[in-house]
Design a protein around this ligand. Structure first.
Ligand code: NAP
Length: 361
């Protein structure tokens, strides 16, 4: 394994977080505090925060304590020369600025793992979910080989937070039965909008049936993720997706109701078995953040629920329940994913762990 030095000890990579003060950035700080392969050495954010200590610049929102070591870090501006000596950069930048900044870092030779949307549909950027499409890592190898200045930087994206749970649940069905089409209705947590995010006056005692740009992402990104990387190009999966996205008054955890039309007939029991028996295609790498199972199927009629189930597998596991026949399509179920763990920072960590295990980073 490339993660070990000659003496068998883990070889730690130095890592930094761009956009470290936001909600996803905070989740990175939390999950990197005791990471066996990665050592957090620097944090970056906007000019509003740069020059201040992390503790002062950031309004910490997680239940866990802000790690002491990071609280004293001085926040840096997000320019590559400020991050010399760093090997891996995790981006939790606001999407309005992420595209250019991430390109600058990749061009300067950094391995960039991003949560932001601007590069997701680039022709050579994989939207990687190790539980789903680990072979798409080849696109990042291709980027690295093709880098013009010999610096071998690259960008790997993770999916939109709502797309992530959906594709993890659809992958076993695609493999077992084929998918013709799917209809998904989401109920997305407020943390999905970042901090401060949705005003309290809009969301308390309410549901907002519109999240700008979200339905387009949910109807397009999964096709790239569930498609193929072949002969140097992505070929999208041939299926049709229809999405309706709602913001609900839940702190963390995106719930989604999904109906699927399969290409080959299957009973609800067969679909439940395909979901519960699904094994991670990267289990052999023993990635430190990987949960025991990518999917857990719950049997109680009223599960999954965000408050009760979002931390399954430390937030890395998708929970699925209510698998049953659909009167309109073939089968329907409810799924839940933790939007800032597997849907964001945790997803990026898994991607970076896979890249290290495969010798790319
Ligand atoms: P957020 O709470 O609004 O945080 C945004 C971060 O970007 C802050 O650290 C902010 O720094 C920084 N930033 C803003 N403008 C900047 C600039 N000009 N230069 C450098 N840094 C700048 O957002 P979030 O929820 O953490 O989301 C971060 C990214 O992940 C977004 O692209 C989002 O779409 C994506 N994402 C979020 C989720 C989720 O569930 N929240 C899930 C998947 C993907 P300051 O504090 O200094 O302003």
């Amino acid at each position: 394994m490339t993660v070990e030095d000659g003496d068998g000890r883990p070889r730690r990579r130095t890592v930094a977080i761009l956009g470290a003060t936001g909600l996803v950035g905070q989740r990175f700080v939390e999950r990197l505090a005791d990471h066996p392969w990665f050592e957090l050495v620097a944090v970056g954010a906007s000019s509003r925060s740069a020059g201040q200590t992390y503790a002062r610049a950031c309004s910490w929102k997680l239940d866990t304590a802000l790690p002491d070591a990071v609280s004293a870090f001085v926040v840096r501006p997000c320019v590559p020369r400020e991050f010399e000596g760093v090997q891996i950069v995790f981006s939790a930048l606001d999407s309005s600025v992420a595209g250019d900044i991430e390109s600058e870092f990749a061009n300067a030779g950094f391995a960039v793992f991003t949560n932001a949307s601007p590069h997701r549909m680039d022709a050579d950027v994989p939207v990687l979910i190790p539980f789903v499409n680990p072979d798409h890592l080849e696109a990042a190898f291709a980027q690295s080989r093709a880098s013009k200045n010999g610096r071998s930087g690259f960008i790997i994206a993770n999916a939109n937070c709502a797309s992530t749970g959906l594709v993890v649940a659809l992958r076993p069905l695609q493999q077992a039965f084929g998918i013709d089409s799917a209809l998904v209705v989401t109920m997305q947590a407020v943390s999905g909008a970042g901090y401060p995010g949705v005003p309290a006056m809009d969301i308390v005692d309410n549901v907002v049936p519109y999240i700008p740009g979200e339905e387009d992402k949910l109807e397009s990104e999964p096709l790239k993720i569930l498609g193929e990387w072949r002969n140097g190009a992505f070929r999208p999966a041939e299926m049709t997706l229809s999405a309706q996205c709602n913001r609900v008054c839940v702190r963390d955890g995106h719930l989604a109701c999904c109906s699927v039309k399969l290409r080959r007939p299957a009973t609800a029991d067969e679909v439940r078995d395909a979901l519960s028996q699904y094994e991670s295609p990267v289990a052999q790498y023993k990635l430190p953040s990987a949960p025991a199972s990518p999917i857990v199927v719950l049997s109680a009629d009223d599960r999954p629920q965000p408050r009760l189930d979002r931390d399954c597998g430390r937030g890395y596991t998708i929970t699925v329940g209510r698998v049953r026949a659909c009167t309109l399509l073939d089968v329907k179920f409810t799924l839940l994913s933790h939007n800032t763990v597997i849907g964001a920072a945790g997803g990026s960590l898994l991607n970076a762990e896979l890249a290290v295990a495969r010798g790319l980073a």
